[in-house]
Each structure stands twice: as structure tokens, then as C-alpha cells.
Design a protein around this ligand. Structure first.
Ligand code: PXL
Length: 275
């Protein structure tokens, strides 16, 4: 059985980060160990007055204990990280606990819709570049790709712009790129997988209003499918279809503005992976 470590925050309420990654990756059939980067009472997008407990200082001793116990992982998947200093500790954890040939999968979860999330700054972006450069696979959205590359953020763009983002990410050292939210026309959006074989695009239905937390649902279901043996493009397609199911299951429910109802349709993801 494959064992993964995922490092991201616990937003106690709000259906993102670890409360999404742990159930989704586990349901895919992968043993999922967690390292919380921070504990927040809620996520930061739409709630006010949330608490934030930074767990950066706990990371070195957790890593030391795992090393002493000989605990290792087949893959490490990082999401929302709580501080710049934490990125150096994450790199240490990757060096000590990842099995030979193990995969480093980085979702540079720090921005969306043209802006950084609250609490992040350019220093964090610079550190995130380091983490992305050493990753086997990164999963940025267009905002994150523009921040990582220093290229202008565009809401409307053409294939040449996307090509330049991918080229600059490769220049940064990124080996395999799964670029999400690539939309060339109002009614569709999609995901690009860029690896040593070239570029593939999977296009699907676009919803008028995006839902919070879909980036984490996407990355987690991609990771689950990929670690269960799907190719990068197959995993990217399966994850996109699952996100569409999650949004369809949530849209129209005004009380559920903070995340997607991913649980009732989780069986569809499992079926798609183990068909
Ligand atoms: O979904 C990304 C995410 C993760 N964790 C926290 C967030 C966000 C996005 O807003 O606020 C705490």
C-alpha cells in the first residue's frame, strides 16, 4: 500500500486543505499521514476574525521523531503552508523522509483571482519558487503561475500567454506542471498537463461562479488518482471531472458558500479511479 504525507493547514471549518485532502486521498486507497502547517478556526476567504496557530516550530522535532522511528513516505504532497520559514523545514522533511524515487507534489496554494491570500507576501512567493523548483509535479492556478514566474496576471489570454507561463515555470526548474483554470472561452475551462512529452489540454464545463476549496479538492483527487497508478493526464482528467461533480452538487445552495459538498459524490471519484 502506498503511503503519502500531506503537509497543509487544518482549517477547522470551511472544507479546504487537510479536511479535504485526508478524506479524499484515503478514499482513493492511499494511506495518508498528515502534518498540519497551522490550525485556523476557519479558512481565510470570506470568514472574518479567524484564529491562526502557526505550527512551524513543531516541524523540526516531528521530523526528528520520524527519522528516529525510520518512518518514510512514497510521496509528499504540500498545500497551504503557514510561513516562509516553514518552507525550509518542508524541504528538510522531504530530504529525510521521502523514499528513494518518491514523488514531491507541490500545490503552491497562495493566491487566486489575481491576488495573494491574506498573510502572504513576496518573500513567501520567493520561497515557494524554491519548493516548486525541486518538486516532481506542481499544480498552480494561473494567478500562482504568474506570481512564480513574474509574468503579468491576465484574466483574458491566449495560448501564447499560457505557453509563456509554462516556459518560465520550466526555466524555474519545474519538471511537470499541471496548470488549472485554463479557459479560452466563456463556457469552458480546463487543465493543462505539461511534461517531457509535451502539452495536453483537458477542457470541461465552466460554471458562472467558482466555488471556494476546489483547488484543494482538485489537487487531492489528482494525487489520489496518480498514486493509484493513473498517468498524470488521466489523473488530471479524473480530478477535473470530480470537481465538476462537486460544484454541480453545491451550486445554488446559498448557505454553502464556503466550500464544496464533495462528500456525497466522493464515490464517483473512487469509481473513476478503480473502474
Ligand atoms: O484552499 C486554499 C486555502 C487553504 N487554507 C487556508 C485558506 C485557503 C484559501 O483561502 O484560507 C487557511
Amino acid at each position: 500500500m502506498t503511503r503519502i504525507l500531506t503537509i497543509q493547514d487544518i482549517s477547522c471549518v470551511g472544507q479546504c486543505s487537510l479536511t479535504v485532502a485526508l478524506p479524499i486521498i484515503s478514499a482513493c486507497g492511499v494511506e495518508t499521514a498528515i502534518l498540519p502547517s497551522a490550525v485556523l478556526s476557519t479558512h481565510t476567504a470570506g470568514f472574518s476574525g479567524y484564529t491562526f496557530r502557526d505550527l512551524t516550530d513543531d516541524m523540526p522535532s516531528i521530523n526528528q521523531h520520524w527519522s528516529k522511528e525510520g518512518i518514510t513516505f512514497d510521496a509528499i504532497y504540500t498545500g497551504y503552508l503557514g510561513s516562509t520559514k516553514q518552507i525550509d523545514y518542508v524541504l528538510d522533511i522531504m530530504n529525510t523522509t521521502l523514499k528513494t524515487g518518491g514523488k514531491k507534489i507541490v500545490d503552491p496554494a497562495m493566491a487566486d483571482n489575481g491576488s495573494l491570500y491574506p498573510g502572504f507576501d513576496q518573500t513567501f512567493v520567493e520561497s515557494m519558487k524554491k519548493l516548486c523548483a525541486c518538486a516532481d509535479i506542481i499544480l498552480p492556478n494561473i494567478t500562482e503561475a504568474s506570481l512564480l514566474t513574474g509574468l503579468e496576471y491576465k484574466e483574458v489570454y491566449d495560448e501564447a500567454y499560457i505557453q509563456s507561463l509554462l516556459e518560465e515555470l520550466k526555466n524555474l526548474g519545474c519538471k511537470n506542471i499541471v496548470l488549472t483554470g485554463v479557459s479560452y472561452e466563456p463556457s469552458t475551462t480546463g487543465v493543462i498537463v505539461c511534461d517531457e512529452n509535451g502539452i495536453q489540454y483537458y477542457k470541461h464545463k465552466k460554471f458562472e461562479k467558482g466555488c471556494h476549496g476546489t483547488g484543494d479538492v482538485y489537487a487531492s483527487s489528482f494525487v489520489g488518482a496518480y498514486l493509484e497508478g493513473k498517468s498524470m493526464f488521466e489523473a488530471a482528467t479524473i480530478a477535473a471531472n470530480y470537481c465538476v461533480e462537486c460544484i454541480e452538487n453545491t451550486q445554488g445552495d446559498k448557505d454553502h458558500w464556503y466550500g464544496v459538498k464533495f462528500e456525497p459524490v466522493l464515490y464517483k471519484l473512487v469509481q473513476a479511479i478503480h473502474n
